[in-house]
Design a protein around this ligand. Structure first.
Ligand SMILES: Nc1ncnc2c1ncn2[C@@H]1O[C@H](COP(=O)(O)OP(=O)(O)OP(=O)(O)O)[C@@H](O)[C@H]1O
Ligand SMILES: [Mg+2]
Length: 250
């Protein structure tokens, strides 16, 4: 199993990158699990699929009905509910994590969930995670099992600073990823591309791809259509296919 977590500053294009990776990889591999780990989830929209329930809902039900479970094995119960939550979509499965926990103690549910998720992901060839913006999930270690981290950044000072911080944090927390890589998005000039290449060398983060600002992406967005509806006429589409091929080749 190869797990790829996509992260970076808010609004940089994480969901766009995740959705296109899922799209291209699931064309070649039948065992893809897409995970929407952003509480403000919209990965399903980007993929053009509908999801009924999230893992957060399951955790809530678990919290309420724990006493009523009696002698039933709680882990089995949760495992069953998680399987029900997974959407069997067009060529891939999708799991939406949902809201962060509310009041009360969710430690027990969370530790069970982590174990079950670890077991579940073993059934897949690829697990692709659209992470929430920022760095919190790194300290909470929700994505401790990723092999590759893709940091999406634009040319903004904040975007680049977040990319540097992620690299630093991964080192501090001694997270064992095989690689942390960059995708630069909305890069519209040679000067910007040159600067991002310098940044990548300085930070020792491999630059996987440079994506331009793409009118075709804007068009779909305006029409409320999923980004996976892009086609050959889109440069972002063609370049993301190349990125997917890198992972497919292993
Ligand atoms: N290369 C591009 N060209 C034009 N528009 C783009 C490009 N990349 C992303 N966008 C647009 O920018 C917006 C943000 O992209 P996206 O939702 O993928 O970012 P995100 O990092 O997932 O955001 P969030 O942090 O809110 O989850 C979307 O409206 C998307 O259509
Ligand atoms: Mg997003």
């Amino acid at each position: 199993m190869t797990a790829i977590a996509v992260t970076g500053k808010g609004g940089t294009g994480k969901t766009l990158v995740s959705a296109l990776l899922i799209h291209f990889i699931s064309k070649k591999s039948r065992k893809v699990l897409a995970v929407d780990a952003d509480p403000d989830s919209n990965l399903s929209d980007a993929l053009g699929v509908e999801v009924e329930r999230t893992l957060g809902d399951v955790r809530e039900i678990f919290q309420v009905s724990r006493d009523e479970m009696g002698t039933m094995n709680k882990e089995q119960w949760l495992e069953g509910k998680i399987y029900e939550t997974i959407c069997e979509c067009n060529g891939f499965d999708l799991l939406v994590m949902g809201r962060p926990e509310g009041e009360g103690c969710y430690c027990f549910a969370n530790s069970l969930l982590r174990g079950i998720l670890r077991k579940l992901t073993r059934h897949y060839e690829f697990v692709i995670i659209d992470s929430e913006a920022g760095l919190e999930h790194f300290s909470r270690k929700t994505i401790d099992s990723a092999d590759y981290v893709i940091v999406v950044t634009d040319m903004s000072k904040k975007g680049l600073a977040t990319a540097s911080r992620i690299k630093q944090l991964v080192k501090e927390l001694k997270l064992n990823f095989k690689d942390i890589m960059l995708i630069a998005n909305r890069i519209s000039s040679e000067e910007a591309e040159k600067r991002i290449r310098e940044f990548s060398e300085r930070e020792k983060m491999k630059l996987l791809e440079v994506l331009p600002y793409d009118e075709r992406v804007v068009e779909l967005d305006l029409k409320g259509l999923p980004v996976v509806n892009l086609d050959e006429s889109s440069e972002v589409y063609r370049r993301m296919r190349k990125v997917a091929e890198v992972f497919l080749k292993g």
